[in-house]
Design a protein around this ligand. Structure first.
Ligand code: NI
Length: 171
């Protein structure tokens, strides 16, 4: 397994729409392992393939707490098939926007269809943190970031800060 470099805001790669995966094979499973390794190293609780520069519709999540056994989840071609009217608010962060956190309101429950690591069709009714995390990661597959859900003023401030940081690193 390999830890991959993360794509950081304002890299335009993050705005790409990822393509559906046609075949679940050993290469794809290896990619999912690399994504998990990269996510654990960061550390984070979710990662979409585009965050390591691969525009394919796959994401990984692990919501286990420190000291607990790992619970790696792999979602291939995930699709939200229904979402609740009631909403919940979580403070979100993103490995592509390090050290920035903001409250985001989203549907409290979602049903997601996907293929698992073996390519088997699955469906999950998620609530709580898993529901938020799935929506955040599926957004990534569509080129959407959690800062797109906060106020324009706050969003512009974050983008400005990260643009400045990326320029000073380039010198
Ligand atoms: Ni993210």
């Amino acid at each position: 397994m390999t830890i991959k470099p993360l794509i950081i805001l304002p890299d335009p790669v993050l705005r790409q729409v990822s393509k559906p995966i046609e075949r679940v094979d050993a290469d794809l499973q290896r990619l999912s392992d690399d994504m998990l390794e990269t996510m654990y190293d960061a550390p984070g609780i979710g990662l979409a393939a585009i965050q390591i520069g691969i525009a394919r519709r796959m994401l990984v999540i692990d919501l286990s707490k420190e000291g607990e056994d790992k619970q790696p989840l792999v979602f291939i071609n995930p699709e939200i098939v229904s979402s609740s009217d009631d909403r919940s608010v979580y403070e979100e962060g993103c490995l592509s926007i390090p050290d920035y956190y903001a409250e985001v309101e989203r549907p409290a429950k979602v049903t997601v269809k996907y293929l698992d690591r073996e390519g088997k069709e699955q469906s999950v009714e998620a609530d709580g943190l898993l529901a938020t995390c799935l929506q955040h990661e599926i957004d990534h597959l569509n080129g959407v970031l959690f800062i797109d859900h906060i106020s324009r003023l706050k969003r512009e401030m974050v983008i400005k800060k990260f643009t400045k940081a990326s320029k000073s690193k380039a010198l």
